[in-house]
Write a protein that binds this ligand. Structure first.
Ligand SMILES: [Zn+2]
Length: 228
C-alpha cells in the first residue's frame, strides 16, 4: 500500500444455483451487461496450467498425479486472475467456494486486496416445479425441436409437429428421480455456504422460477447496488 489513489475495489459476486436454474445464462447476461468476468474453477485451472504460471505448474503436477488440486493452489490461481485488468469491473465466481473452509480462506485473500464478497446470490428454485420442468423435456430426433410433456406437448402424441418424426429423445438423466436427487445433492452441499454468507449479511436470494428477463433484471439491480 503506497497511499496512492486506488479506485474502489471491484465487486466480487458468487452465483449459487442448482442445475437447471439458469446460472450459466444469467452469468453471461451479467458479463454482457456489466462487464463482469465469470471465473469458473475449471477454466481458471486450465488457463493457469496453459500459461505456465507458478501456481499453474503446481496444479499441473497435482492433476497429473490424479489428486485433487488443493484449496491453496486454487486460491493462488484465483489471486493471480483477480489482478488481471479485465477483472476491474468485477467478477462472478462459479464453482468456488464449495465449502465454508474455502469461503473463509477466500475472505482472507480478498481482504488483502481491499476486496470482499459483495453478494452471494442464491438462485432459488421450487424443487417440485423444477422436477416437472426438467423431467418433462424431450426433443425430436429428426429435427431437434424441443418439447415438454406439460408445457409443450406435440399435437399428435410422440409425433413431431415440425417434421413428423416419431423418434423422440429423452435424456436418461432428465428423469424425475435423477433430477430430484441432483437437487437434493445441491441443497446438501450448498446449505452451509448459504448459512455462511447469510451470517455475513452478504446473501441475496433471487426467485429463479420466473422468466429469464425478469431474473436478469433482478440480478442487474443487485449488481448496480453493490457496484455503486
Ligand atoms: Zn422434428
Amino acid at each position: 500500500m503506497d497511499g496512492s489513489n486506488v479506485p474502489d475495489a471491484a465487486p466480487v459476486l458468487i452465483l449459487l444455483g442448482p442445475p437447471g436454474a439458469g446460472k450459466g445464462t444469467q452469468a453471461r447476461k451479467l458479463e454482457e451487461g456489466f462487464g463482469l468476468v465469470q471465473l469458473s474453477t475449471g477454466d481458471l485451472l486450465r488457463a493457469a496450467v496453459a500459461a505456465g504460471t507458478e501456481a499453474g505448474k503446481q496444479a499441473k503436477a497435482v492433476m497429473e498425479s490424479g489428486a485433487l488440486v488443493s484449496d491453496e493452489i486454487v486460491l493462488a490461481i484465483l489471486k493471480d486472475r483477480l489482478a488481471e485488468p479485465d477483472c476491474a469491473k468485477g467478477v462472478i465466481l462459479d464453482g468456488f467456494p464449495r465449502t465454508t473452509v474455502q469461503a473463509e480462506a477466500l475472505d482472507e485473500l480478498l481482504k488483502a486486496s481491499g476486496q470482499r464478497i459483495n453478494a452471494a446470490i442464491s438462485l432459488d428454485v421450487d424443487d417440485a416445479e423444477m422436477v416437472t420442468r426438467i423431467a418433462g423435456r424431450f426433443t425430436c430426433g429428426g429435427c431437434g425441436e424441443g418439447y415438454h410433456d406439460t408445457f409443450k406437448a406435440p399435437v399428435v402424441a410422440e409425433t413431431c409437429d415440425k417434421c413428423g418424426s416419431t423418434e423422440m429423445v429423452r435424456r436418461a438423466d432428465d428423469n424425475a428421480e435423477t433430477v430430484a436427487s441432483r437437487l437434493e445433492a445441491y441443497h446438501a452441499q450448498t446449505a452451509p455456504l448459504i448459512d455462511y454468507y447469510d451470517g455475513k449479511g452478504a446473501l441475496v436470494r433471487v426467485d429463479a422460477m420466473g422468466d429469464i428477463g425478469a431474473i436478469a433484471s433482478d440480478l442487474g439491480a443487485i449488481v448496480s447496488r453493490v457496484s455503486a
